[in-house]
Ligand binder design. Structure first.
Ligand code: FRU
Length: 470
């Protein structure tokens, strides 16, 4: 039976599995006209365990069809995070343009973690483990999450993989995906308050000219809002060594629930999209959703923007999201806000795109209220923020910097049934939090004074679970 995707707190514009546990995105690849999303999945229940790769495909990174378990756990091996490449020239001997998954095999009996292969020659529908597994074993219990990509300039495969406890990323090269040679290491650098996991490395154009390489490192704990978080380093890569421009900490997202973000290999037009697990190891096990537990963030397109002598990552939700706009938006303009003012309009239990511009005035903070959840701008901190309702274990607010420009502060927020993502400062600041609003309805608010609302558009979004019109 097709699930309804209408349970309480079921996201309407974010991917969730119909049932059971999900964490990291894995094996993100564009292949034969489809975007693939694999993920850490427990086929047996809604808690972490029996780690396997679940699988979904999409034409547009938003509308997903869940295909079931792709690479199942066995009694001897659980299938931890990793990536997929399309082996155009059959370097591995699995077939021309075979999809090859490079994942971490975790052997529960020994506790060891090693890198292993599985391949598919039927558009990712069925998978065969390579008989020669593992392909990269250093006898470590903390060696995981390989991201592999084709390094065209050198004509070889690169793998970045975490030496988790050492807070290092190791770089390897291979000609055939089977024999790997260590090239270099990166780290420790930036934030080191937890283990390093789930690395990514890619080249990205800088808006206005040139390009940089970006090293992405998830760490847990030690994130910006406590628990899990994702940091990045912009720099150069010469085919052997990644050299960061600087090693100060830069967060990809300032909220509590953005982790293990990785990018799609082979996206059309050289675009770079990524997605994160909208969760945090701190409280992931007790998230109040049923019969699934775990959601992905919105897929975001990445770019780099120069900021003084630094280069910063900017994120925008994928453009296709605009196609979900539906119904009549509520628009308000030019009014003073103090206290709480309910917004007119039909009640809608789905998702919203909220575009706001405020002049701070005397208010301490201001923004939107959805039930007992608030998000917006904290004028004292100078930060976009989201605050979870008081019922949540990790209650409190989480924010990231956004400047007041031309007297105003602007943000776009995506509010779904159990999450909010705020994008500000031209996409350079993002705040992603799971929230579980109690109570209905949306309101604008200002606390501790008045703020001037220059403009507000609350745009309902249709559900990604409604079939796409042909
Ligand atoms: C990150 C992580 C990875 C590991 C996977 C196990 O969230 O801990 O390091 O491969 O999850 O599910």
């Amino acid at each position: 039976m097709r699930p309804t995707y209408r349970e309480p707190y079921r996201p309407q514009v974010h991917y969730t599995p119909a049932r059971n546990w999900m964490n990291d995105p894995n094996g993100l690849v564009w292949h034969d006209g489809e975007y693939h999303l694999f993920y850490q999945y427990n086929p047996e229940g809604a808690g972490w365990g029996n780690m396997s790769w679940g699988h979904a495909v999409s034409p547009d990174l938003l509308h997903w069809e869940e295909l079931g378990t792709a690479i199942p756990a066995t009694a001897d091996e659980q299938v931890f995070s990793g990536s997929i490449v399309v082996d155009e020239h059959d370097t591995a001997g699995f077939g021309k343009a075979a999809a090859v998954a490079v994942y971490t095999a975790w052997y529960p009996k020994s506790g060891l973690q090693a890198q292993a292969l599985a391949y598919s020659t039927d558009r990712g529908r069925t998978w065969t483990r390579y008989a020669g597994n593992p392909v990269l074993d250093i006898g470590s219990t903390e060696f995981r999450d390989p991201k592999v990509f084709w390094y065209a300039e050198g004509g070889y495969w690169i793998m970045v993989v975490a030496l988790a406890e050492e807070r290092k990323i190791a770089l390897y090269r291979s000609g055939d995906l089977k024999a790997w040679r260590r090239l270099s290491e990166f780290g420790p650098a930036g934030a080191t308050g937890g283990v390093w996991e789930v690395p990514d490395l890619f080249e990205l154009p800088v808006e206005g000219g040139g390009s940089k390489w970006v090293m992405v490192v998830s760490l847990n704990p030690g994130g910006p809002a406590g628990g899990s978080g994702v940091q990045y380093f912009a720099g150069d890569f010469d085919g052997i060594t990644f050299t960061p421009d600087d090693t100060s900490t830069a967060w990809a997202d300032h909220g509590r629930d953005f982790y293990a973000a990785v990018s799609w290999n082979g996206a059309p037009d050289g675009r770079r999209y990524w997605i994160g697990w909208m969760g945090n190891w701190d409280d992931a096990a007790s998230i109040r959703t049923h019969p699934w537990r775990g959601a992905m963030t919105l897929p975001r397109e990445l770019s780099l923007v120069a900021d003084g002598d630094r280069v910063r990552l900017a994120q925008r939700p994928v453009a296709a999201l605009g196609g979900l706009r539906t119904g009549t938006p509520v628009s308000l303009g030019d009014r003073e806000v103090s206290g709480t003012t309910a917004l007119p309009g039909p009640a809608h239990d789905g998702a919203f795109e909220i575009t706001a511009e405020f002049e701070p005035g005397t208010a301490r903070r201001f923004g939107l209220q959805a039930g007992d959840v608030v998000f917006g701008y904290d004028a004292r901190a100078g930060e976009l923020f989201a605050e979870r309702g008081p019922r949540e274990a990790a209650a409190g607010w989480h924010g990231g910097p956004a400047p007041v420009e031309g007297g105003g502060v602007r943000f776009t927020a995506y509010l779904d049934a159990s999450s909010v993502e705020l994008f500000g400062d031209g996409g350079r600041t993002v705040v992603t939090d799971l929230v579980f609003p109690a109570g209905q309805g949306l309101a604008v608010f200002a606390e501790g004074g008045t703020a001037l609302l220059r403009s507000l558009v609350v745009q309902p979004l249709g559900s990604i679970w409604e079939p796409l019109s042909p």
